[in-house]
Ligand binder design. Structure first.
Ligand SMILES: [Zn+2]
Length: 311
């Protein structure tokens, strides 16, 4: 590990009261950091859906299909950038993408990034029976094993909506973490099974599982900020300025740094969304600013294991 004197401007220093220097970590993606220091981890995560989300919604005409296909073009840009920056990341890849675009996915693996489980067909688990969810889950894990040589240890639900069975499936398959819930922001927690939310009754807390929840948020997801979607009766406008959104994402890191000794901040991006040129420009700027501000970039698996070591 190398400690490098920070070259931050005065204004940036004022924003970062805890920061004392830039820490470049890791020297190799597989090692864990020392535990006796302040640490502000950033996980860059990419949900590589390609066309799977459109197909799952029945949008199979040429234009939505091509919209998903752009994700493959974008994946090359993103991987080029990560390689240049020597930053590890996590790619949640549906089995659909693994089997439709094996070369694009082989590059992710070859460059040392983590592959996370993101279902096979990108169907929302809450809409599936146990049998359907289980079959899709195992099919996806088989696709990952064939490409990566090992199964995923991390899971992210399509559309971030777990079914009542998902956590048990993760336990049955010895998963380490889930990244689909929003019960915290900078601190992982153990996901619960058997919660009951009933109208007119106090909330019933289920038992903690051994699945570490790596929390996410729609605010730290590129999709709602940027993606224009139109249905018969609804329009999701998206198309916000990436300068504004990326400033908000940087401010989130500053707040974590200001208020915690240790924290993990997860950004969620989709190649077909973030990969448009003017968004790439500001995403790259964000990552460079985060690095200067002392962010420690890790895969989600590394961050989850680092967190467990602190307990
Ligand atoms: Zn997805």
């Amino acid at each position: 590990m190398r400690h490098v004197t920070s070259g931050l401007h005065k204004r940036q220093r004022a924003l970062l009261p805890i920061q004392v220097g830039v820490i470049l970590w890791p020297d190799s993606f597989g090692s864990a950091p020392p535990q006796d220091m302040k640490q502000h981890i950033v996980c860059l995560t990419f949900d590589f859906d390609a066309q799977s989300g459109f197909i799952a919604r029945g949008l199979t005409t040429p234009t939505p299909i091509s919209r998903g296909e752009f994700g493959v073009v974008a994946s090359r840009r993103i991987l080029d950038f990560l390689k240049r920056m020597q930053i590890p990341s996590t790619w949640f890849v549906p089995g659909f993408t693994l089997e439709s675009y094996p070369q694009a996915c082989e590059r992710i693996v070859a460059e040392g990034h983590e592959i996370g489980h993101h279902s096979w067909a990108h169907i929302v688990p809450a809409s599936q029976t146990l049998e359907e969810e289980s079959a899709d889950f195992e099919r996806a894990q088989d696709s990952i094993r064939r490409l990566w040589g090992r199964g995923a240890v991390g899971y992210r639900s399509p559309a971030w909506d777990l079914s009542p069975n998902t956590l048990q499936l993760l336990r049955d398959h010895d998963f380490l973490y889930d990244s689909s819930l929003m019960g915290d922001d900078y601190t992982p927690y153990f996901a619960r099974q058997g919660d009951r939310a009933e109208l007119g009754k106090p909330f019933h807390f289920g038992a903690e599982s051994n699945i570490l929840e790596m929390p996410i948020s729609w605010t730290m997801d590129d999709h709602p900020h940027f993606e224009f979607l139109r249905w018969q009766n609804t329009v999701m406008p998206g198309l916000q300025s990436p300068r504004t959104v990326m400033q908000g994402w940087f401010d989130e890191f500053c707040y974590m740094q200001k208020t915690t000794e240790r924290g993990i901040l997860t950004y969620t991006m989709h190649p077909y969304v973030i990969g448009r040129g003017y968004r790439m420009l500001w995403m790259e700027d964000l990552v460079e600013r985060l690095q200067k501000a002392g962010a420690v970039f890790m895969t989600m698996e590394q961050a989850a294991r680092a967190h467990l070591q602190t307990l």
